[in-house]
Write a protein that binds this ligand. Structure first.
Ligand code: HEC
Length: 204
């Protein structure tokens, strides 16, 4: 006679029905089911993490292209191109500089460029400050009218007069050169003449 083999307990026998889905937490008799998050939720979660990494890399490598600052720069480049569309590419030569000296519309524009970039050193009306008076007949670096554009573009005196090649559009350099050339002879009180008196502007 042998003892009957006891039945192997199954999970169903060992635990009350549904208990395998419980986490085992018990708070004052309140129990918690171990419900897995639905697959769609998990995939959205994983997708967001992956997207965040890709996005971070993208934003960091884009520099300021995506920022309002970059947008502003692109808009102002587009605006400059639109504005200069009718001018084409101006040559920084004597004929062009002289031709624009009495163009009211473009001299108003150049006056603005001067105001933004030059008055800190040359005074509101070109009378001078740190920089020389631009309204008299004496010049340090200018022998003929196209030298004005060259000084504005390349600077002078080891940067005491800063180069504007990267700060201004080439057309702005030509137009502001016309504006500066037109200041000559106004003899505004300010810095005393510096350099040598040069002959009047002449077209080649
Ligand atoms: C940071 C100050 C500064 C700014 C900004 C500046 N300049 Fe000058 N500029 C000078 C100085 C200083 C000199 C004289 C350099 C020297 O003594 O050799 C000079 C010289 C010149 C000359 C030559 C004058 C001469 O007698 O030969 C011209 C033309 C000129 N500047 C135009 C401009 C224009 C146009 C702008 C704006 C687009 C400008 N400058 C912005 C400081 C400045």
């Amino acid at each position: 006679m042998s003892d009957p083999i006891p039945p192997t307990p199954t999970d169903d026998d060992a635990l009350p029905k549904g208990a395998e889905m419980l986490t085992g937490h018990n708070y004052d008799g309140i129990q918690e089911y171990d419900n897995p998050t639905p697959a769609w939720w998990t995939w959205i979660f994983i997708g967001s993490v992956v997207f965040a990494v890709v996005y971070l890399f993208f934003v960091l490598s884009a520099g300021d292209e995506l920022s309002p600052h970059g947008q502003f720069r692109r808009a102002s480049i587009a605006n400059t191109e639109k504005k200069f569309g009718e001018l084409g590419d101006l040559e920084p030569d004597a004929a062009t500089i002289i031709a624009y000296m009495d163009n009211e519309q473009w001299m108003a524009f150049a006056g603005n460029v001067f105001k933004t970039n030059c008055i800190a050193c040359h005074g509101a009306n070109g009378e001078g400050g740190t920089g020389p008076n631009l309204t008299d007949d004496a010049y340090i670096h200018v022998a003929s009218i196209e030298d004005i554009a060259a000084v504005i573009r390349d600077g002078a005196a080891n940067g005491a007069m800063p180069p504007h090649e990267t700060r201004l559009h080439p057309n702005e350099i030509v137009l502001v050169a016309s504006y500066v050339a037109a200041m000559r002879g106004q003899n505004r009180p300010g810095n005393p003449p510096k350099g040598e008196d040069i002959p009047p502007w002449e077209t080649p």
